[in-house]
Design a protein around this ligand. Structure first.
Ligand code: IMP
Ligand code: MG
Length: 179
């Protein structure tokens, strides 16, 4: 891995091999669960982009893809859960099986908003797939059908997940030395 970034990682939680194995397992489950119909995978930008690119290539059945980008309103985002959509889906999802793909679920407020928003567009079904689940800080109830790893309440980076836009291209997932 990139030497400069490697020096800034205190502990590697999941290496490339572990991540690849987990991504394949999730893809296999999705293949088993969706035998027919139109399946749309929605990538939540930017964090899920690396996971998304790997996941869709491990899924064997045909899928469509779309992208959505959301951000929190100001400082009170954690308590109010006020989220705004910065880039919306390109196509309607009515009657389509949809899986929202996220990098990490923390308080759950972002996904709560996104699932409610997308559900109002009447998809045939709607599920969540996240690589990482950090349940310690959950504020809202979320039904996560596909979850890669449950992790403790630590700030992690890598494999698309950033700290101030850094570390997204780190191929492993780890805990940075300094925040
Ligand atoms: P939530 O709305 O609190 O669930 O926030 C989820 C979003 O916060 C994720 O999509 C990440 O962008 C960010 N986030 C949560 N935990 C971490 C972390 O440990 N490292 C980096 N970003 C995180
Ligand atoms: Mg994210």
């Amino acid at each position: 891995m990139n030497e400069e970034m490697k020096d800034e990682i205190r502990e590697v939680l999941f290496d490339e091999e572990a991540i690849a194995k987990k991504v394949s397992e999730l893809a296999d489950r999705i293949d088993r669960d969706y035998k027919t119909g139109n399946l749309l995978l929605v990538c939540v930008l930017k964090g899920a982009s690396v996971f998304f690119a790997d996941l869709i290539r491990k899924i064997k059945r045909p899928v469509s893809i779309d992208f959505i980008s959301a951000s929190s309103y100001g400082m009170s985002s954690e308590t109010t859960g006020a989220v705004k959509i910065d880039k919306d889906l390109d196509y309607p999802v009515e009657g389509v099986d949809v899986i929202i793909v996220e990098d990490i679920v923390d308080t759950g407020l972002t996904l709560k908003y996104l699932t409610e928003n997308i559900r109002s567009r009447k998809p045939k079904s709607l599920e969540i797939c996240t690589l990482l689940d950090k349940p310690a800080r959950r504020r809202v109830e979320l039904d996560i059908k596909y979850s890669g790893y449950v992790i403790p309440d630590e700030f992690v980076v890598g494999y698309g997940i950033d700290y101030a836009e850094k570390f997204r291209n780190l191929p492993v997932i780890g805990v940075p030395k300094q925040l």
